[in-house]
Design a protein around this ligand. Sequence first.
Ligand code: NAD
Length: 378
Amino acid sequence: MSNSITRQGDSTVHVALGARSYDIHIGEGLLPRAGDIIAPFMKRPLTAIVTDTNVAAAHLATLERALAGKGIRSTAIIMPAGESTKSYQHLADLCDRLLAAGIERRDRIIAFGGGVIGDLAGFAAAILRRGVDFIQIPTSLLAQVDSSVGGKTGINSGHGKNLIGAFHQPLTVITDTSLLSSLPRRELAAGYAEVAKYGLLGDTAFFEWLEETSPLIMRGTPDAVIRAVRISCEAKARIVAEDETETGVRALLNLGHTFGHALEAATGYSQRLLHGEAVAIGMVQAFRFSERLGLCSPGTAERVAAHLKSAGLPVHASQIPGDLPPPATLLEIMRQDKKAQGGKLTFILVRGIGEAFIAQDVPEHDVLDFLTGDLRQR
Ligand code: NAD
């Protein structure tokens, strides 16, 4: 149904979390209309937009105009782009700048960027003045299908990724798929890994649709992109509604992440390997490992790899530039991963495409044998 805010072609996904429920507005060209969506949430016409240098250069003026059109004054806080911005130093800097901008408890902060800005600004909102509400406007494909939904916020520590953080749900999410046109191709592919993940973990029909449609999605065909984003958000919303704080089923969203995080840590969270690329390699490893354990039929991992490769993603650790540490070091990194509980490794394994499950107590020697064989295949 259309009203002054939504238009034909837009869709809304509801995240059902009781008092913390919210809507994800998805559409092409939503940013110029963002003021209409945001205005009802404002208690006074003042906000801070947290963004990064790349997003600011491409889209900040449009958002500022959209807010000004509704009489909302905004201060833009432009952070450096990149994963290293998710640090204590940048968090402290951001909090001070939010305070300097006069942001009070009743105000709303806008996180306008990819997953880095969403995680950082969301966490700053969670702790500033003991908690300020915030709105997500995700601008990368990864943020649109994953990080803007579900309320996980945080920064990295020297001990690992996302180890300092809070659950803080946004008031609403505004997902304008046309913003993806300025996203570098490599970043688009990295985000696509998370789209494919939803099919691989629990929706065979969606994966089959992606196998046919991914060229259109990668070319930015609006209908295909909107559908892929909507189905991804619906899948995440369902899982988050069932298990907001990851005591159970939400862990399925970590398909490919235990392997992937180890590779990201081993490559120093650098441009050598983007998060989504690590997830792509990690998902193929999860399928190969499941095949090796006799859990899923031979050839499934190859089908997954062929699909991710066609979207321009790396599918094997040998494609990562530079040297990698030996398998025993990767295993050690996995032990330190936040998903290791009581020293035991938890993996998301598969019985087939769309059939992921949580496997606790995976024997370390099985993982080590697998990694040793897998990394040798160069
Ligand atoms: P990112 O925020 O670094 O964005 C990737 C790059 O694209 C950056 O250089 C950014 O400036 C640029 N960019 C973003 N949108 C753009 C646009 N529209 N036009 C031009 N350039 C644009 O990284 P990401 O891939 O979006 O997110 C990765 C982060 O998300 C990681 O830190 C990861 O831990 C986190 N994450 C969080 C969750 C969660 O649930 N909170 C889930 C998955 C990932």
